[in-house]
Ligand binder design. Structure first.
Ligand SMILES: [Fe+2]
Ligand SMILES: [Fe+2]
Length: 312
């Protein structure tokens, strides 16, 4: 199949490992799924900090379960990416460790307080839900199947984040003020989560033409704002004046792009932000620290015991 045929068929049709797909499609799909898988790992790494800060045993347990979910999502997605035959899971994990793997902007900012938990677990996961729900009909079938399980669990994550936000906003005045301040710090990052406007996004057009993406960045941001601004206000958060969010003539929501720091966004996109180095370094140290587990498993799989066990 050539790329024009893929574009013609994408939408009504999905493709899988048995289809003869052009290299251009395979590379674009790998780039997109790898980015998503990396973001699950790095999101999980950010979230694990909250287990230390969580104010009760129940919150610690729930947070630990969420971190495990995120790492599980990464595993599913690396496997879905492998089905394209471009890179192995190990190569993708090494790229992440070496600072070549790209991931979502919000996960480049280190966190150090419990007030940040709902910013990630409610707003960022809520944004991720908007995007991921549309990916259940992405044109690469293994990716779409992975999204079924991922979306099911993300629904719990958003509830978990909402419950933390509700608790904080019912706390003392000082707690409410701290939550509002943290929200103001995170708001621009959350708005940038969906990427730049459609005109600026490098891979947007092609990914939509071949059905990998079914919805544009602007449409996703609009649907997120429509849903989450009322939710934020319901819990008593005030939407900051800047970056300014406004209603367009057609009733859709948009952000005044000039209010956002796109230089910082593009530095992050190159993994060159100071937080990026910290987050990637942390990931690299963890991966190296457990290398012995991988090596012993490799050795065991190749051994007589591993072979007979696998055959059972
Ligand atoms: Fe996830
Ligand atoms: Fe999540």
């Amino acid at each position: 199949m050539d790329i024009e045929a893929v574009k013609d068929q994408a939408g009504p049709r999905q493709f899988g490992p048995n289809d003869d797909m052009p290299e251009e499609y395979r590379r674009a799909a790998t780039r997109m799924i790898q980015f998503h898988a990396n973001s699950e790992v790095m999101g999980g790494y950010l979230d694990k900090e909250f287990t230390r800060h969580a104010p009760s045993l129940d919150r610690k347990l729930a947070n630990t379960a969420k971190v495990q979910d995120e790492i599980g999502h990464a595993q599913l997605l690396y496997r879905a990416a492998e089905t394209l035959g471009v890179k192995t899971r190990e190569e993708m994990l090494d790229e992440l460790k070496n600072g070549e793997g790209k991931f979502l902007n919000c996960f480049h900012y280190p966190v150090d307080s419990w007030y940040e938990a709902p910013m990630i677990d409610f707003f960022v996961d809520g944004g991720a839900m908007r995007r991921q729900a549309t990916l259940k009909s992405t044109s690469w079938t293994p990716y779409a199947h992975a999204m079924d399980k991922v979306c099911f669990e993300e629904g719990f994550h958003v509830k978990h984040g909402e419950s933390i936000l509700r608790e904080l906003m019912r706390g003392s005045k000082a707690t409410q003020e701290r939550t509002q301040e943290t929200f103001e710090e995170w708001w621009p990052r959350i708005l940038q989560f969906f990427g730049p406007t459609n005109d600026e996004s490098t891979h947007n057009d092609f990914a939509q033409e071949v059905g990998l993406k079914t919805t544009s960045n602007d449409e996703l941001r609009n649907s997120f704002l429509n849903l989450y601004i009322p939710k934020a206000e319901k819990y008593g958060l005030e939407i900051p004046e800047s970056p300014r969010v406004f209603e367009r003539d057609d009733g859709t929501m948009a952000v005044r792009e000039d209010d956002l720091d796109w230089e910082e966004f593009w530095t992050i996109a190159k993994n060159d932000y100071e937080g990026s180095h910290e987050q990637i370094g942390s990931r690299r140290r963890r991966q190296e620290a457990v290398a012995w587990v991988r090596e012993s498993l490799d050795g065991w799989e190749g051994s007589a015991a591993g072979t007979s066990q696998a055959a059972d």
